[in-house]
Design a protein around this ligand. Sequence first.
Ligand code: ZN
Length: 271
Amino acid sequence: MPELPEVEVTRLSFADRIAGARIEAVSMGKPLRWPLGCKTQQLEGQCVLGVRRRGKYLLIDLNGGLLLMHLGMSGSVSFGAGLPASGKHDHFEMVTSLGTLRLNDPRRFGAVVYASGESDPIAHKLLGRLGVEPLSEAFDATEFHQALKRRQTAIKQVLLGGEAVVGVGNIYASEVLFLAGIRPTTKASRISKPRAALLHRAIQEVLTQAVTKGGSTLRDFSNAQGEAGHFQLDAMVYDRAGLPCRVCTTLIKGMRQGQRSTFYCARCQKP
Ligand SMILES: [Zn+2]
């Protein structure tokens, strides 16, 4: 599943190239998770001003509104002139003066949704509850600790919940908790201020490193220029149950937490 770094890598791979493009034609394939919310003709003739990211949403700013794009479980974006003919898993295609933007999504949990602006009810519904961006100045260690203190659930669940901080998905949650030395089952409210500061720094480090490396939680992840990422090769604990810890050689444990797989080192990570 694409996580925040993959979405950011996707954004970086086409944002500059599509800025200033004029939309010439838009076509939809099979239904995605949510409907587009406008007639495709309403988009034609509009200009793309730029591409931002909020959580795992790409926000494509137009002169008359914005498109919210989500990659769902299996979505990937291509952008360029002279893309191959669209295939059966291409469910959104936008031809512009600078190239064609395409969403390929075999499982169709992704979506492209039009909103008139960020105060549009649909934009508010999708973006309104998202927590602070981990790679922004607004992500503050003290406020993060306060947010953890208010929550009685396991720290891994809190990270996945996206309200204390947005965009730390299942793979990176295991990785950041390893780096911070915190057991995934530790109750969030019990984490001390110094440990919360370690976790805060680990979140920034792991996500920044993943973006720098091109991001990859999907083995077949590629950015909008078709280049593959390599993050998964370097995982410290994720998907390594039964293998020796890279730090202390204790065997990594795997468990289920809220129906998601969790991995940790019982020696390096304290409750
Ligand atoms: Zn260890």
